[in-house]
Design a protein around this ligand. Structure first.
Ligand SMILES: [Zn+2]
Length: 206
């Protein structure tokens, strides 16, 4: 199964009819946040494929409409796409007093415990917890930054270690040169920074 994953910056080639060429054989789209609703709606309309997303810390950036229409919000939820199990957690670590989309480590732990109930239901129904975890923030110590705004969540390390998703797709960390580390492995999980865009061939259960 092939996925177009996007986050953080608008890529002009995806915001024009060439998106159909670039994402020709994609099964679905994942947005890891900090993108305007209009951009997501353009892509979902042009490709006519499902788009699953989480909000970034810059929730309403670039548009009056906060949530993109015709797209599926994965925050705190699980979804099943042709047998593939998806789950998501929005936002970043709290670093200022913005009202939404920032969470302390404890708040994210509470969110992840609620999500874990749904992962256990997955386990009962499907024989495994999940395949792809979609987040905006990276896990702590993996691709994250040294400053307060770009520190990752320790909770995500626990989710990886307990529930063993094949993939964790995240955004939030901008990459300024192509030598920057974009993929890492922890245990069974491939962690990918989707900054800009990335086409990913999902291996595993499908
Ligand atoms: Zn962000």
């Amino acid at each position: 199964m092939r996925v177009l994953a996007i986050s953080d910056v608008i890529v002009e080639a995806l915001y024009s009819p060439t998106v159909r060429e670039i994402a020709r054989d994609v099964d679905f789209v994942v947005s890891c946040g900090d993108l305007p609703s209009a951009y997501l709606e353009y892509i979902v309309t042009m490709l006519d494929k499902p788009l699953y997303y989480v909000m970034g810390n810059h929730g309403a950036r670039g548009g009056a409409r906060e949530y993109p229409e015709g797209c599926v919000n994965l925050d705190g939820r699980v979804a099943k796409h042709n047998g593939l199990l998806l789950a998501g957690l929005e936002g970043s670590i709290r670093y200022n007093d913005a009202p939404r989309y920032q969470y302390t480590e404890n708040e994210m732990r509470a969110k992840s415990m609620f999500l874990a109930l749904k992962l256990w239901l997955n386990r009962i129904r499907n024989g495994r917890y999940l395949d792809v975890l979609v987040t905006h923030s990276p896990p702590f110590g993996i691709h994250d930054g040294g400053d307060a705004a770009h520190q990752g969540f320790k909770t995500f390390l626990s989710l990886i270690d307990r529930y063993h998703p094949d993939y964790l797709l995240h955004g939030h960390i901008h990459l300024y040169d192509n030598r920057a580390v974009r993929q890492s492995v922890r245990g069974h999980t491939l962690i990918i920074n989707t900054y800009g865009y990335k086409l990913i061939d999902l291996a595993g259960h499908q």
